[in-house]
Design a protein. Structure first.
Lengths: 115, 91, 138, 115, 138, 91
């Protein structure tokens, strides 16, 4: 089983993306192949320079930085959404692979999770 | 393997568009809950499209109101769609 | 029509009752799964859906009591139902063990719901023939 | 104080619209002048022929029918949203007044509530 | 800079903690209101925000315990905080009185939060100089 | 009387557009929580626009990243905006 976790929500404002990341990390921890796809405002998870001290929240970019340790296979990022939010693939907080979102992309995974 | 896409968001929800962008021609799209409102809209929907009858009825969408290419199914029909494929995506 | 092979399902609910339709849609689907001769391996409550397992929810008498209705369904069909521990603790849904551990004045988990970790969800998605999610609409 | 309750969410799928209606009715019950504005998928609150028996929910069009009894001043409906959802002002479940949504419309109310 | 006249505020929270930012944003705003010399007439919890008043919520030790933090703020500044009864009952947030009325095994309302009806909200919006809502982001 | 509009939804949320359609030229628009992401986008925003600094910082949006016509304010500034008008709309 190969899984894709889709994060299409902005970080910090709600807990849905965070709970999706927890699910993805759990799959990886149980040795299931899993990748993440960031799209829409979800690409902001990968923005550098996050500091949520004033919100009394954890740094989500740092949380995502543990992806490799858990054994997450790849972080994919929608290149159109990157452009919409003035982000460039060279300056992200974690190494991510730009992709074009299409039915074919989703078709490569057995299990797709979009919380 | 074709996918079954299940979407429950209203047509103006950002997730609804994310869903549409993932549906291949050979896929099936099932509209549930607020998404059944898309069955009366002019926007074309990709794939083979069904809408859940309980949700259509709640929202007052009669068979005559919905686009001709959209099938009405009940929960038994919903289960049948899930028998046909293991690639099921809930948007 | 000849019946195809019986399949096993894992159902995950992520939307709360009286906030989203998710628990109602999931229940109608679950009933249809059993009516079609299939099996439900387990139900997993994640995120806001953990409130479905609260024994303290009191809907007005002319509205469905979703906690009781789900609880009866699970008992009747002997379906295990797991409430995600991380989601539940933050949202104030506790069993007796967690009540003691966190020294709280009460517990509020309706049986037969049980508290456990995401490993139960991983096991479900890996071993069941089909996995479906029931999300809120927002 | 004149109040406007904005309903921009579809009926039945979530409880937010219902809770906004409860708030509007409470204002009216306490003799505060209140109107409702339906826009976006919220216009479907006014569709005829709703039957939520299978969802084990109450009929929301009927709930809205109590607006006049509570003393709600007006039901306003965004005519563009009506058209998008193939609705016509002549066939709504409660009498509503079609309006063009603009800053000037909101400017007529002291208190605006959008849940 | 000369201070303008002191104003009174009613704050309504509609988003739950650990689901939305609403209780955190509302608290920072409330602190700034008091620092600016204004007054908070009351705080009203509506919809999912009623979970902010649950004495059973147990966040991990490295995360803010929003129920306790809000409760201390309300006590310190003697701000009345009302939990909407209709929202609370459906979502399983009960005081001792409602526990008895609905014959439930426990109650879970954190003081100084109190349960009351929408009339309290109407009174707030009518009598306060300013009314602000803190919604969830979805 | 001018209005203060407070929006906390991400720019792709349907409510965000509902909010923009309600803002008059003389109004003030305050971006909070997920809405601060709009401060880096090309789309023009109506009214006099501010963004809450705590939410900008959490999301890594430095002063150099945001549009020149958007002011950064803290919670004291937020309170000041509410002193100026009693017509406050939370979207």
């Amino acid at each position: 089983m190969t899984a894709l976790v889709v994060i299409d929500r902005a970080p910090y404002g709600d807990w849905r993306g965070r709970e999706a990341v927890d699910m993805g990390f759990s799959l990886a921890a149980f040795d299931q192949p899993v990748s993440f796809l960031f799209t829409g405002p979800g690409v902001n998870w990968l923005r550098m320079g996050q500091d949520a001290t004033e919100l009394s929240q954890k740094n989500l970019a740092r949380q995502l930085g543990a992806a490799a340790i858990f054994g997450v296979e790849a972080l994919l990022v929608d290149h159109k959404a990157l452009a919409a939010y003035q982000l460039s693939v060279d300056t992200l907080s974690s190494p991510a692979q730009p992709v074009t979102v299409s039915p074919g992309l989703y078709g490569q995974y057995d299990h797709i999770l979009c919380l | 393997m074709p996918s079954l896409h299940i979407v429950n968001k209203a047509p103006d929800h950002a997730r609804f568009q994310t869903c549409l962008a993932a549906v291949a021609d050979e896929d099936t799209l099932l509209l549930t809950e607020n998404a059944v409102l898309a069955a009366v809209m002019a926007q074309g929907l990709p794939g083979t499209v069904f809408a859940l009858s309980a949700d259509l009825e709640a929202r007052g969408l009669a068979p005559a109101d919905i686009m001709a290419n959209i099938g009405r199914i009940d929960f038994a029909g919903f289960v049948s769609l899930t028998e046909a494929t293991s690639r099921i995506i809930s948007w | 029509m000849p019946k195809t092979t019986a399949l096993s399902f894992t159902l995950i609910i992520t939307g709360a009752p009286y906030v989203s339709q998710a628990p109602q849609t999931a229940l109608e689907f679950a009933r249809a799964v059993i009516a079609a001769g299939h099996r439900i391996d387990r139900v997993f409550l994640y995120g806001d859906a953990v409130h479905l397992a609260s024994t303290l929810a009191c809907a007005p008498s002319d509205e469905p009591q979703w906690t009781q209705i789900w609880s009866e369904f699970l008992e009747t069909h002997r379906v295990p139902a797991i409430v995600c521990i991380a989601s539940a603790l933050r949202r104030g849904v506790l069993d007796e063990k967690e009540q003691k551990r966190y020294q709280r004045p009460a517990h509020n988990l309706e049986p037969p719901f049980e508290i456990a970790g995401l490993g139960e969800w991983v096991e479900g998605t890996v071993s069941s023939d089909r996995t479906l999610y029931f999300h809120p609409t927002d």
